[in-house]
Design a protein around this ligand. Structure first.
Ligand SMILES: Cc1ncc(COP(=O)(O)O)c(C=O)c1O
Length: 391
């Protein structure tokens, strides 16, 4: 009998966290590492949120366990902002407050996936989706993109089998920054609905869209899905609250109740102080969010400009989230390296610049660079990268 269960032995550490950890260790050794690895805003949480949390920490009511599914006020606020932002009618009873979007993804898949069920995951994908499918005994089915790093109905259709149960959809996307147009979103949603599939829609980057891009939540434009959708979201990316660990899932009563039962045994309620902070974020002014978005937009354009100057980097302009996902295959070849994993290691050692290799997202040949870092570090890091890659 093996010491570690077979199921967990197959789960790898999150590759994005592995890069951040290594960059952090190098920094601790005194090296001037510039990291493009982070998947989190570099801004502090807005003041009014921190103040609400401070007051909450002093209130003994928040020192106790509360309802497993979350504070009623917070569920209500989530229902309201979701209706405001998507046009969907959402009842607070359909909302389960979770420890970040990550727990929402795990629990939603836990509620939907039986062993052997197939889950369609457009490539490049966020690292956690396939692992979260596997942990429940499901089979992740990566679906390669068409042009522009987007998946199409034709591609999905080719990967459909009688065991297909769920389509995972995320727009704006991590790792590509791609945003599907309302028409594209509708078309994919209609396809999934007509095939009787469920959709797990991850709307966590909904407020981070730039230029002409608009966010569309798939269930809102896909009546064919009926009630077969689960939405994942949270405060982490929008309000610079990654460390507070508050997310949620929204779905039909049976799925939400199954996920809540699981949560009641796994973690129970999310920390109350964090829930109070999330409530302040959702019900407070949006100006801090818009000014962060403005900064991301500026850095996005700067990053694209600098990356396009590097011989051998091919860059599609991202329209959302805070990532660029250049194709660096030509540079990897020129350097005589075998993979983008090797390239990322080489870059860290040689230029003290951290990027995440595309293999982590099922897309070798690319790297992910986050532009959630200061303008100054962004410039310094990319110039250093360009200098080392071109020499
Ligand atoms: C696409 C996507 N979904 C969900 C999450 C989960 O975020 P959190 O658990 O911090 O709320 C992330 C975080 O990186 C993400 O990129």
């Amino acid at each position: 009998m093996s010491r570690v269960s077979e199921r967990l032995s197959t789960i790898g550490k999150s590759a994005t966290m592995a890069v951040s950890d290594r960059a952090r260790r190098m920094r601790e050794e005194g090296r001037d590492v510039i990291s493009f690895g982070a998947g989190e805003p570099d801004f502090p949480t807005p003041d009014h949120v921190v103040e609400a949390a401070t007051a909450a920490a002093r209130d003994p009511r928040n020192h106790k366990y509360t309802a497993n599914s979350g504070l009623p006020e917070l569920r209500e606020a989530v229902a309201q902002v979701t209706s405001r932002d998507t046009g969907l009618a959402v009842d607070p009873q359909q909302v389960l407050i979770t420890n970040g979007g990550k727990q929402a993804v795990f629990q939603a898949l836990g509620a939907l996936v039986d062993p052997g069920d197939e889950v369609l995951i457009p490539v490049p994908y966020w690292v956690t989706y396939p692992e979260a499918v596997r942990i429940w005994g499901g089979v992740p089915v990566p679906v390669p993109p068409d042009t522009g790093l987007k998946v199409t109905v034709e591609r999905l259709e080719r990967h459909l089998t009688p065991r297909t149960k769920v389509l995972v959809f995320v727009s704006p996307s991590n790792p590509t920054g791609v945003v599907y147009t309302p028409e594209e979103t509708r078309e994919l949603g209609r396809w999934a609905g007509e095939r009787g599939l469920w959709v797990l829609t991850d709307d966590i980057y909904q407020h981070l869209v730039y230029g002409d891009a608009v966010f569309t939540s798939m269930p809102a434009v896909s009546p064919e899905l009926e009630d077969r959708w689960v939405m994942v979201n949270g405060v982490a990316k929008t309000y610079a609250m990654t460390g507070w660990r508050v997310g949620w899932l929204i779905g039909p009563a049976d799925v939400v109740s199954a996920a809540a039962n699981l949560q009641s045994h796994a973690t129970s309620n999310v920390a109350n102080v964090s829930q109070r902070a999330a409530l302040a974020a959702l019900t407070g002014p949006m100006e801090p969010v818009w000014s962060m978005r403005e900064a991301f937009d500026r850095r996005r354009r700067r990053m694209v400009e600098l990356l396009r100057d590097i011989d051998g980097f091919q860059v599609e302009e991202p329209q959302g989230a805070f990532y660029c996902f250049p194709d660096v295959g030509a540079v990897v070849g020129r350097l005589g390296l075998d993979s983008t994993i090797e390239f990322a290691s080489w870059l860290l050692e040689e230029a003290e610049v951290a990027v995440v290799p595309g293999e982590a997202f099922g897309a070798p040949g690319h790297v992910r660079l986050s532009y959630a870092l200061s303008d100054e570090d962004l410039d310094r890091g990319l110039k250093r990268l360009a200098g080392r890659v071109s020499s």
